[in-house]
Design a protein. Structure first.
Length: 104
């Protein structure tokens, strides 16, 4: 079973690349290429890194760093939500026990 792909042309640092992509992923691919192009331009414009290979590596490292930060924030958020739910559940259970004792 093969997945249907279409050729998508993206432009990064004034160079065009043709990439095979499922039709439903085209917009995501184009957004990713635009994000990479913007990141590479920022690295290039900083004037601290020279050469397309080095610019690409620095851009990749910057984007990966951002991704890891977002993953850590998501994990911390999930942990915080779980802790709050547990605390609320404890309060509800305590309130129900108090209500049952008052009925007697």
């Amino acid at each position: 079973m093969s997945v249907e792909t279409i050729p998508v042309t993206v432009k990064i640092m004034e160079k065009e690349f043709q990439i095979a992509c499922p039709p439903e992923e085209q917009q995501a691919l184009e957004s990713a290429a635009e994000m990479l192009n913007n990141q590479m331009r920022q690295v290039k414009e900083s004037g601290k890194v020279f050469g397309t290979d080095r610019i690409a590596i620095m851009a990749a490292l910057n984007l990966t760093h951002e991704l890891l930060q977002h993953k850590n924030e998501s994990r911390n958020f999930g942990k915080t939500v779980s802790e709050r739910i547990s605390a609320m559940q404890g309060k509800v259970e305590a309130a129900l026990q108090d209500a049952q004792q008052m009925e007697f």
